[in-house]
Write a protein that binds this ligand. Sequence first.
Ligand code: SF4
Length: 377
Amino acid sequence: MPAGLYLHYPFCPYLCNYCDYFKSLYNKSDEQTLFDSLITETRLVAEEFPDLKIKTIFIGGGTPSLAKIDLLANWLETVREVFDIADDIEFSIECNPDSVSQEYLAALKDLGVTRPNFGIQTFDPDLLRSIGRGHTPHQIQEAIYFANVLEFKSYGVDLLFGLPRQTSAMLKKDLSQLVDLAPPHISFYQLTLEKDTQLFADVNSGKVVMPDDSLVSAMYQIGCDKFVSAEFEHYEIASFAKEGQECRHSLNYWQGDELVGLGPSAHSYINGRRFANVESISKYIASLRQNKMPRILNEPALLDRADETIISSLRLRYGLNRKRFEQLFGLPVDERIDIKEYENLIEAGMLLDDNSRLRLSDEGFFLADEIALRLLK
Ligand code: SF4
């Protein structure tokens, strides 16, 4: 069965003040032990699910571009030994601009990486500092330069908007610089305030002021207009791509495919069940030392995943493919949606249905999450 493979690499060189991902400061000996455990986990998963066919690999984190090349290479050797891997695999890895040299990117390419993804966030040095990022605007330019010199046919960048003290004029400067660099793929995310982060505490104490909701919505619209006028396809609410440069890993997952998650805190969805790994590097390692899966969750999730797929597919321009949904979940889309709401949304011109695809109109697209929640039973 086709699946994406996700590895959560948990180490970072510093901790950004807005981030609530599971991560830990880099430590060389922990990294070595973690990769030993990861190899054990990879083998155990392949034994448990022998029919997986890996179509995409995505290494996220954390800061995977800190990973030692020889450790990554060893792990990939195991992946290739124990899994059936598609010939045309898409292989992405998240990179921080301050942790990639041209040599490092070249080594990643030799390992089979097809698509580095750079977390640039903003070109503004003051804003970068204000959110705790360790890279400079110059390092962003360099990282993209290296990707071009090394002739990566595909790569992506992540840009944030709605940063503390950011104005529309500041965002417009970011957008112009980004469009001038002409990356094949852009993810354009709103910075969201997450509990248990330093930024959340600073905003609560009045030390930091975030842009208000109407400014943030205006920023999103300014970004969308800029990218579309630069001939990027707006293929998902937060994703823009030049022709043929969509991220296949994300697309497949949004459309309901299986996902094998490895590493501490990683989540998986396989064979109608959801799994989650423990959010602790030491517990992850201790469990795998005893050859035990480091799971804290293992439960049936077919219908949950079906509903998630409706939500994430409506965030796609393409929409929800009825046949694919039925093949994956063994039931028609109509069984999971509220028919009365469906009729109202069709009548209001928000939802379009040609019997093969259910998708949102231009007007509905920007309200995708709200509409999907109304639509679900
Ligand atoms: S944003 Fe990225 S680099 Fe910063 S702490 Fe989070 S995972 Fe690490």
